[in-house]
Design a protein around this ligand. Structure first.
Ligand code: ADP
Ligand code: MG
Length: 215
């Protein structure tokens, strides 16, 4: 019997929505269900992509125009896909990524005003028609997410320092992407307690993949 390909699940949302927290929670539950799981994050996730990450998360807020910034994200993403994600999926390993393409469209497109048609062309050049199997959008009011991020970090990242209006556009952008692709993107209300969000995510993933057990 040929080896079943792994599944690629992404978590999306604004700063402080709980992506990193819920990525770990989902990893634990999938492992308990018997799957081999690799957790990764963007920008980054491979050696080359981590180097590109440094160009994106530090420095002045306006150091890139939106399309240049999106191109940098897609350079990193292509490397991440070729070196880490695709080889793992081919071995039957499930991959969970804390952010992926939707973040680029939401941030550099909806948030920073990059032309969506141009960004889509860059996406095609960089990664073709590759898409996650399932995306969980953690939706939270930006004020709440930024407050969570501020209590977590000593220093605000470049994205945390972009104004509230940008974060409002970002949230609307993520929701627009979810409305356009409901078969892939599930919206999860991220305002409740961590355990409750984890339970609702697990219910969605179990339902999608027919996994048993309530761990
Ligand atoms: N549901 C929740 N309610 C309250 N605080 C949360 C919740 N989920 C995560 N946190 C906390 O909020 C902060 C941001 O969470 P994190 O997972 O790092 O978000 P993200 O990766 O989306 O930026 C962390 O300090 C985390 O412990
Ligand atoms: Mg995080």
């Amino acid at each position: 019997m040929p080896l079943a390909r792994g599944r690629f699940i992404t978590l999306e949302g604004g700063e402080g929505a709980g992506k990193s927290t819920q990525t770990r929670r989902l990893q634990e539950r999938l492992q308990s269900a018997g799957h081999e799981v690799v957790v990764t994050r963007e920008p980054g996730g491979s050696e080359g992509a981590e180097e590109v990450r440094n160009l994106l998360v530090s420095g002045s807020v306006d150091r890139w125009d939106a399309v240049s910034e999106a191109m940098l994200h897609f350079v990193a993403r292509r490397d991440h896909l070729l070196r880490l994600i695709e080889p793992a999926l081919a071995k039957g390993i499930w991959v969970i990524s804390d952010r992926f393409t939707d973040s680029t469209i939401a941030y550099q497109g909806y948030g920073q005003g990059g032309d969506l048609t141009v960004l889509d062309a860059v996406r095609r050049i960089a990664i073709g028609d590759f898409d996650p199997d399932m995306t969980l959008l953690l939706d939270l009011a930006p004020e709440d997410g930024l407050a969570r991020a501020a209590s977590r970090d000593n220093e605000a990242s470049r994205y945390d320092r972009m104004g509230l209006a940008m974060h409002e556009r970002l949230r609307a952008g993520f929701l627009a992407l979810a409305a356009a692709q409901p078969e892939r993107i599930a919206v999860v209300d991220a305002s409740s307690a961590e355990d409750d969000v984890a339970d609702r995510i697990w219910a969605l993933v179990r339902e999608r993949y027919g996994l048993s057990g309530s761990t």
